[in-house]
Write a protein that binds this ligand. Structure first.
Ligand code: NDP
Length: 295
């Protein structure tokens, strides 16, 4: 079994991004990332903090808008519009999930598609489906594809099963893998909660990508001998043996599945760091494309 070290691969990519930022700065363009968070969800604040920290560490201009849970839809839209108009900001993301009274769809639709570094705007969703190279691709599936490429895992002609059909992970993942070209050309099956004979479907996979949000759901009998497994899941579960009283596990029962695999990602240290690395990569792309920055 080969452990796919997402942390090490993400660090390497971040170094490439750091160099790209330095080069852009030498031409008078400082890539800028704006992160908006609404409410007090602790996981959202942790994600936003690490995105802010990484962007600053790599030399970007970083903007954080921390808004109270009582923020109205109109106030949030006004912040998004201001960021759209700010020439020092090239990438905008609004951390999900917002409080219940906010219409998340309307907020994403309000982001300038040229600054939509999360890749959730309908224009970018359509471009990903079309295989258009100018798309901003959602960071988590882009990171999974990059992990496969960097680990020398051939996707062309492979049977891939994507477990989960969300707009954030499952669906864009399936498009990336079925599109033509490097890291694509796979035969893709998308499975979800209504899939019949799920274990059998998963056993058909040369590459299994699990993104369902169910702790340690994928067991050894669902995985073919010699398969590659990418575990997107991040689930906090009780752990009386740890000081915190809890720990993070993936959607895959790592201990029993890993011995069967040709390669597998750990949780934590697999897909998670790649998601942030791809966000930084997308922000540099946006800065190159938009190109103006007074900083
Ligand atoms: P969603 O809840 O939006 O989607 C879950 C998907 O899994 C749905 O399509 C659902 O099916 C399917 N599903 C749920 N339970 C089962 C089941 N028992 N059998 C088969 N399919 C099932 O989750 P996300 O896509 O947003 O996230 C998935 C996981 O990835 C989570 O653990 C999340 O924390 C993690 N994640 C990690 C990231 C990272 O950076 N590493 C980034 C984003 C997410 P249906 O549509 O039928 O309901």
């Amino acid at each position: 079994m080969n452990l796919i070290d997402g942390k090490a691969i993400a660090q390497r990519i971040n170094e490439e991004t750091r160099a790209a930022i330095a080069e852009l700065k030498s031409r008078g363009i400082t890539p800028g990332l704006a992160v908006v968070v609404v409410g007090d969800d602790p996981a959202s604040h942790a994600y936003v903090k690490s995105k802010e920290k990484t962007s600053l560490d790599l030399g970007m201009h970083s903007v954080k808008r921390d808004m109270p849970a009582t923020t109205t839809q109109e106030e949030l839209l006004a912040v998004v519009r201001a960021l759209n108009a700010d020439p020092a900001v090239h990438g905008i993301l609004v951390q999900s999930p917002p409080p219940k009274h906010i219409d998340e769809r309307a907020v994403v639709d309000a982001i300038d598609p040229r600054k939509d570094v999360d890749g959730f705007h309908p224009i970018n969703v359509a471009k990903v489906a079309m295989g258009d190279a100018s798309a901003f691709v959602p960071c988590t599936p882009l990171g999974c594809q990059r992990l496969l490429i960097e680990s020398g895992i051939e996707t062309s002609g492979a049977n891939v099963v994507v477990l989960g059909r969300s707009m954030i992970v499952g669906k864009p993942m399936a498009f990336l893998l079925m599109n033509k070209g490097r890291g694509g050309d796979a035969t893709v099956t998308v499975a979800h909660s209504r899939t019949r004979n799920l274990a059998e479907v998963c056993r058909g996979a040369d590459i299994l990508i699990a993104a369902i949000g169910q702790p340690e759901f994928v067991k050894a009998d669902m995985v073919k001998e010699g398969a590659v497994v990418i575990d997107v899941g991040i689930n906090r579960v009780a752990d009386p043996t740890s000081a915190k009283g809890s720990k993070l596990v993936g959607d895959v029962a790592f201990a029993e599945v890993a011995p069967k695999c040709r390669a597998i990602t750990p949780v934590p240290g697999g897909v998670g760091p790649m998601t942030i690395a791809m966000l930084m990569h997308n922000t540099v792309l946006a800065a190159r494309r938009i190109g103006i920055s007074p900083k």
